[in-house]
Design a protein around this ligand. Structure first.
Ligand code: ZN
Length: 428
């Protein structure tokens, strides 16, 4: 059953289709590359101008002193707020405005915002300037259709999600912008597809493992002790025992894709012995026994797992290698960790979004959990906001790829969903 208000909201979104396309193109044309963090001020100024014209009160916030912030590349963020006719909840849409490197293989201008058929191409179109544009159109259409609403709507465009979010959402959360007293519902329009609600993400533990040896002449390796051979034993033990163990751990979380429903571990890098020479070097390497070897591991863990236990599995493996190799010495250093998070299915923002998806798309919503983390981690941990989801247009697989694109109809449909969520939560 569609109410008169819902029909009005859908019509207001449809009437803005051209505006939605232009807004997305404009955002793509500002190359907010991260690293190093280019044009953050430019994109915030563009959005500030746009949202001020729509009646939002706008704050520009530089994450001064945060990781990555410098005078050359300041970390600028925008928070815009629209207050309704009476008191009520605040619904916040949070998008990151940074994009990753272009990379090779493009057949389109990555910052041209080219439209062809139902697609807009460009770096960041899918992840996630299309989602940002859809949330702005949703808010403007809702306010036009329901000017006497209660509560408030906030839209933020934040820095550095692609590099951990410390100069973006983490900073804003530390400053109190995401706190249960001022924000009650959060939607992050990441590209999860217009019929899916993302409830959270798996946990992360990054660590560096170093094996130690003793340098000697390569013609007499028996006088030294090879750190690379020790690391080889670590990798062999990983293959023998650790990977099979991880494959047995399955989660009840609806993680996508299927392969990420189990615990995973990636070896991000391996370095040992003499450093690689610069490209122009034409000489030969020198013969030395490597005295250091390092790997960086990226372990993704499940909500059913305990981080201390996850770490114990790795140290137990290293201890087994040590027991079998008399001169084996190692060090392990923590680099980064994030706890898994999952919003309850009956949280208000989840229920409203599921109902809106059903109305707009005529099908039941799918519930998913992301294999990797995104800014929800800071909103959850620092902001203490549990009523948070990711929902937005775009095909996740296209993120960070060449010829990235976002579907125009997908953006329009998800803008309708977001506007109906506002109606559900804020209409008088
Ligand atoms: Zn993203």
């Amino acid at each position: 059953m569609t109410s008169a208000l819902e029909s009005r909201i859908a019509a207001e979104v449809t009437a803005r289709r051209g505006d939605l396309i232009r807004l997305t193109q404009d955002l793509i044309r500002i190359p907010t590359l991260n690293p190093p963090g280019r044009n953050y001020r430019e994109i915030c100024d563009y959005l500030a101008d746009r949202l001020a014209r729509s009646g939002f009160k706008v704050d520009l916030i530089r994450a001064e002193g945060a990781l990555g912030d410098s005078d050359a590349h300041p970390r600028w963020n925008l928070v815009a707020r629209h207050d309704g006719a009476g008191t009520g909840d605040c619904v916040h849409f949070n998008s990151h405005h940074d994009v990753v490197a272009v990379g090779h293989g493009w057949t389109r201008d990555p910052f041209g915002g080219e439209v062809e058929g139902d697609r807009i191409y460009g770096r960041g179109s899918c992840d996630m300037k299309g989602g940002l544009a859809a949330s702005i159109i949703a808010a403007e259409a809702f306010v036009a259709a329901c000017p006497d609403y209660r509560g408030a709507i906030e839209i933020s465009a934040t820095a550095d999600e692609e590099s951990g979010g410390f100069g973006g959402v983490a900073y804003l959360a530390e400053q109190g912008w995401f706190a249960p007293e001022r924000v009650q519902h959060v939607i992050i329009p990441e590209p999860l597809h217009k019929d899916r609600i993302c409830l959270g993400h798996r946990g992360v533990w990054w660590a560096e493992i170093e094996t130690k040896g003793r340098i000697a002449h390569g013609s007499m390796p028996f006088l030294g002790d090879s750190a690379v051979r020790h690391m080889g034993a670590v990798l062999a033990e990983m293959e023998r025992a650790l990977f099979p163990l991880l494959a047995t751990k399955r989660t009840a979380m609806p993680v996508i894709p299927e392969g990420a429903k189990q615990s995973t571990l990636n070896i991000n890098s391996i370095h040992g012995g003499e450093a690689e020479q610069d490209e122009g070097y034409t000489g030969l390497p020198a013969p030395c026994v490597p005295d250091r070897c390092r790997i960086v591991i990226d372990r993704r863990f499940l909500i059913e797992e305990d981080l201390a236990e996850v770490k114990r599995e790795v140290t137990a493996m290293l201890e087994r290698v040590k027991a079998a190799r008399p001169s084996f010495q190692y060090e392990i250093r923590d680099l980064f960790e994030v706890q898994p998070t999952m919003t309850e299915k009956d949280a208000p923002v989840v229920r409203s979004t599921a109902a809106a998806i059903e109305k707009v798309l005529g099908k039941a919503a799918d519930y998913v959990v992301s294999p990797g983390t995104y800014d929800q981690k800071h909103i959850d941990r620092i902001g203490r906001l549990k009523n948070c989801i990711a929902y937005g247009p775009g095909v996740l697989d296209l993120a960070h790829q060449p010829d990235e694109w976002v579907g125009i109809t997908d953006m329009e449909d998800s803008a309708k969903v977001m506007a109906l969520v506002l109606a559900e939560l804020l209409a008088p």
